[in-house]
Write a protein that binds this ligand. Structure first.
Ligand code: NIG
Ligand code: FE
Length: 420
């Protein structure tokens, strides 16, 4: 808490119950009947409602009466594949008729079919469909979205996906982190020469996209239907030479030693992790690499082996939760559904799950200094909720109690009204 003078504030939210999500003694970092003052795009003060309101009134600073609503950090969806062409409804039907995700991928469907639809789509079409999905995610209090490329798999197409991601962040009141998912699938034109593809992606493609300012981080799909540990390592090494951090898809369908690899290269996050050894978990903890769990993908693929949450917890691995929004394994634009499933399917506590879409998700994006908790000096990205306790954000299925969002200090969007 900060006792700074009220004269520095632009506005204050008073009468809110605040889940600051700061790790510590209080569950959810709770401050009951609190107030939060904003200056510009920053949080300027947090404290008791009466003190904040008194100070603001004395100085003529606008007071928003939050009327007992809950205030949390703006939620963070730290793993999405939001920009793509087409959909995969036929594949969904096939899977329900008994064909596996792996078989579909090996027969040239799966990611490959989205690559084809993405290459055929225009820039405008990609932007329009991604905008719809981004708005759906944002409606649930999300103020930061990570967006991966990976459905272009040729340089120009990958560039276009990252440009669309950048445009989303410029045109919508949401912060976008752009990830170059260079090793997602082997494109058909390289079917006879994997080595050449990995060399292209790790060399000229990465350099060109990074030079264009389109790469905040890189990603690779280390899996038996995708890329080997050695191929993944080659890409991560090239990224490190450019000073870029990594996310890595590991252990979704099998344990290829991806967690150990992610840790070895100091990755920001290792994502999926249904299959990870005790040694892999220890390595992640030691490296400070966040485990990003993706329960809606697990659910959609009707998987039966959940990530070993007890083992991860025991090892001290920080766990984040994200939607993995994509047309194949997770046609989901609801972070609240992901939080629910993190609890019901994976056994996280509601506090762990909500931390996973705030404080720990910020860490998974390397953005803990800016976002993820409500603390003085951090960005004023806030979500207001009509709930009685924070666990409700994990409890309800299909409800959206978000009643307002403040992005960089400003109320945003159609839902951005205070209590009605
Ligand atoms: O995170 N695992 C790789 N990528 C996506 C799936 C992409 C797809 O099926 O189109 C995922 O699950
Ligand atoms: Fe993914």
């Amino acid at each position: 808490m900060n006792k700074s003078s009220g004269k520095d504030w632009d506005q204050i939210w008073a009468g809110a119950n605040i889940a600051t999500m700061v790790a510590g003694v209080q569950p959810y970092g709770n401050i009951k009947n609190g107030a939060l003052a904003v200056k510009g795009d920053r949080i300027a003060w947090i404290g008791p409602a009466a003190e904040g309101a008194r100070e603001a009134a004395a100085r003529g600073i606008p007071i928003h009466d939050a009327q007992g609503l809950w205030l949390t950090p703006g939620l963070i969806d730290c793993h999405t594949h939001l920009v793509y062409g087409g959909h995969r409804v036929e594949e969904f039907e096939k899977r329900l008729c008994g064909v596996s995700y792996e078989d579909i991928a090996r027969a040239g469907g799966g990611i490959q079919s989205t690559v084809q639809a993405t290459r055929e789509a225009t820039h405008q079409e990609l932007r329009a469909s991604a905008t719809v999905r981004a708005k759906q995610i944002m409606a649930e209090g999300v103020t930061t979205i990570e967006v991966k490329s990976g459905y272009g798999l040729e340089l120009a197409a990958e560039r276009r996906l990252l440009e669309v991601a950048r445009e989303l962040g410029q045109e919508l009141p949401v912060s976008v982190k752009k990830t170059f998912l260079g090793l997602h699938a082997l494109p058909r034109e390289f079917a006879a020469d994997r080595r050449a593809f990995v060399a292209q992606v790790s060399g000229p493609w990465l350099q060109s996209l990074a030079a264009a300012g389109l790469v905040d981080a890189v990603d690779a799909f280390c899996e038996n239907i995708a890329f080997t540990a050695a191929e993944t390592e080659q890409f991560l090494q090239s990224a490190q030479k450019l000073g870029l951090r990594a996310h890595v898809h590991v252990g979704q369908l099998s344990d290829m030693g991806g967690a150990e690899l992610a840790a070895k290269w100091g990755a920001l996050s290792a994502d999926h992790l249904e299959f990870v050894s005790a040694a892999g978990a220890r390595d992640l903890a030691a490296a400070g690499t966040v485990a990003v769990l993706l329960p809606t993908a697990y659910f959609t693929l009707r998987q039966t082996t959940p990530p070993p949450v007890a083992m991860l917890r025991e090892a001290g691995v920080a766990m984040a939760i994200a939607t993995d929004s994509n047309p194949g394994s997770s046609p989901c634009t609801s972070i609240l559904l992901a939080l629910n499933m993190a609890c019901t399917l994976f056994g996280l506590t509601p506090e762990e799950a909500l931390s996973g879409a705030t404080r720990t998700a910020a860490r998974a994006l390397g953005a803990s200094d800016e976002i993820g908790t409500l603390e003085v000096g951090k960005r004023a990205d806030l979500a207001l909720w009509r709930i009685e306790r924070p666990a409700e954000l994990c409890y309800a299925l299909g409800a959206n109690p978000c009643t307002g969002v403040v992005y960089r200090g400003r109320l945003r969007g159609a839902r951005a009204t205070l209590p009605s």
